[in-house]
Write a protein that binds this ligand. Sequence first.
Ligand SMILES: O=C[C@H](O)[C@H](O)[C@H](O)COP(=O)(O)O
Length: 261
Amino acid sequence: MAADLSPIDKAKFAAARRAVDLVEDGMRVGLGTGSTAAWMVRCLGERIRDEGLQLIGVPTSTRTADLARQVGIKVVALDEAKWLDITIDGADEFDPDLNLVKGGGGALLQEKIVATASDQMVVITDASKEVNHLGAFPLPVEVVPFGWQVTRALIEELLDSMDVMGRQTSLRLNGQQPFVTDEGNYIVDLHLNRIGNPRQLALVLNQIPGVVENGLFIDICDKVIIGGTDGKVEIRDINEGTVANETIEFAEDENIFRDMD
Ligand SMILES: O=C[C@H](O)[C@H](O)[C@H](O)COP(=O)(O)O
């Protein structure tokens, strides 16, 4: 039942529930990764079951692919779908220009490829992810395992010349071992505190040999849907600012919560 959800899950659910209303019959949909995106996948599953909604989903991780299949979404690879109508995904931070930090769950590479191959990217989030300046959340950088320590040293050298407040880096671990992404790479997290020029940083990081991709999503997101713990949602559009303030009724969606038991 919705009443058993934590306040933060209620906020994530509210954003996800509103976002799936943007999905129309026959659409090709990019499916993001993370706890907020998982709500969106479940909500899509409910629309498939209740309304017979037809859609094709392109997941951004094996985790999301597994969940999507479980809830009845037809899953195809990006190369099969070729182009997507919409991608709905979570984020770790968003700023007033709707630029993002992503990759807290390590899926940034597939997420960026899928979002870029979409007519629109919609981010679903709770209010805690809103920041004036990106960088409080550690910036994930995906690097190839070969020579990763040299790549990390080059990243640290680069940071010395960048407008950032912190310069610490850390290899992401899974227990005692390096965390390995779906693409077989490592993640180096950059503890920057505040990124003065995210656009520039995103470009120069990717010029370092060994860097595959970074978690800065610049000019990719079109809309952010911000969920509140009370079911209120705000929809913010990149061109038009706030376009809607609505309330999601949780009680209508009890099946979703039962499925999680
Ligand atoms: O790699 C993971 C993704 O970028 C997630 O979308 C991001 O970390 C947000 O995850 P969550 O919704 O769990 O906070």
